[in-house]
Design a protein around this ligand. Sequence first.
Ligand code: PAF
Length: 299
Amino acid sequence: MAIQLVTTAARLRSESARLLAQKSGSSQGLVPTMGALHEGHAQLARTAVAQNDVVVVSIFVNPLQFGEAADLERYPRSLEADLSLLDAEGVDLVFAPSVEEVYPGGAPKVRIAAGPMAEKWEGAVRPGHFDGALTVVAKLLHFGMPGAAAGTRLPAYRAYFGQKDAQQLALVKRMVADLNFPVEIVAVPIVRSADGLALSSRNRFLSAEEREAALVLSRALRLIEERANAHEPLDLESAQALVASQPLVDLDYFDVVDPGTLDPLAENCRDTPFRGEGLALLAATVGPVRLIDNIPLNS
Ligand code: PAF
């Protein structure tokens, strides 16, 4: 294995500096993850490797973004398999710190307040989740920031997030813009299995029947996308009705929003021909699993 595992921020800094110098590199990419990696994460890593000289993937199950201790305990951990997957993608460094390394004084007293954008959609069912997620993302962005060797220019710095977690992505972009983090945020499109289901670490908990039922979610999103591409009214209601017709799927929300603010688009975007940008996003419970999915609209 060429990939290197580091567990402290100091080692991450020294090893990424060494690799940048060795490759005469001018860019560094960071892919923050919580491990249990699948093809969706591989796509994030692949994109980062294609765009940067040195790529770091962080693996850290962040206690701050879990509501219940039991959920944190249950979160799947598979470091060996994760390392093989990332090695095959050509990632240089994996940063897998302990909780003490990230939060040396215990839970931080000062945190990022994600604000009103975090109170709706996923935030409505997971209070405090996005404060915890943004707090660790802020720390990881600092840990993974490249330095400049004497007499050289500061390397470009990019961080990669999946479009799948659309609300997290929108909030990270806002945090970086509002608080002037010197990093470019790159959004990587959702990876789907051949039948359309968006990949997620949680899909493993679906029975075959539930998995089949869950396909209605991507079908309904595609309906909206087809109408947007054809400049037709989006007719959200009939797409919602399609999901509601599947008895194993319990729909929580399904709306079309502004991708930057996550506010629902004005009613007339539903009844009049769609033009411009939007994001169709939904969440539903299927069996034991809460699934989220979305499709960016651009017509
Ligand atoms: O999307 C995730 O896996 C996590 O929320 C992240 C960005 C790694 C922060 O813990």
